[in-house]
Design a protein around this ligand. Sequence first.
Ligand SMILES: O=c1nc[nH]c2c1ncn2[C@H]1C[C@H](O)[C@@H](COP(=O)(O)OP(=O)(O)OP(=O)(O)O)O1
Ligand SMILES: [Mg+2]
Length: 203
Amino acid sequence: MQEVIIATKNAGKAREFERMFKPLGYEVKTLLDYPDFHDVEETGSTFEENAILKAEAVSEAFGRMVIADDSGLIIDALGGKPGIYSARYAGEEKNDQKNMEKVLDELESIPDHKRQARFYCALAIAAPGKTTVTVAGTCEGHILREKRGTNGFGYDPIFFTEEKNKAMAELMPEEKSQISHRAHALKKLEELLPSFVTGAENS
Ligand SMILES: O=c1nc[nH]c2c1ncn2[C@H]1C[C@H](O)[C@@H](COP(=O)(O)OP(=O)(O)OP(=O)(O)O)O1
Ligand SMILES: [Mg+2]
């Protein structure tokens, strides 16, 4: 089986990539398999810039094809926040529960019809000697008034998808992987993959 490295330390993303890459014939490795690898600072001003920073840093270190995901939640009533700051919205320690509480508090006075939001996912693919490419996907929905469901990760319990008529955290993993921002972005990345394979991916 071919091996693909995803430059993430997020266990929720890692699980989703494992599921989505399996049918493509790729075994997924992430930075959770290399816990000593340093954190890459997300200093970009867009999801794409941050995805490129992560993909290139890890690709240079490993000399291999690497994919990175930079994603987040964009809420219209908050002028696009938390956006690229989604992971650290309630503080540097990246706490999903605190992040959701902060969003729910900020939206408390916002009526149901003004709670539209979308998840955004930028994927960057980098390989030695290749120009890095990015693709993106989105998933539309709205922000609930309280948490629902226990699946998924991040903001999934407060994000309602009209497409499935459920909170994202109420979806089975295979359902989320049909409609998610990450799935839509990966679909676009699929056809680019073969041209980034370096030969070191055959394990
Ligand atoms: O499907 C999703 N369902 C719920 N929440 C999500 C999703 N996708 C991204 N999110 C949230 C989680 C985190 O608050 C932020 C990502 O931040 P982001 O910097 O890309 O990831 P991260 O720091 O957790 O891991 P890493 O940079 O190592 O990939 O957006
Ligand atoms: Mg991050």
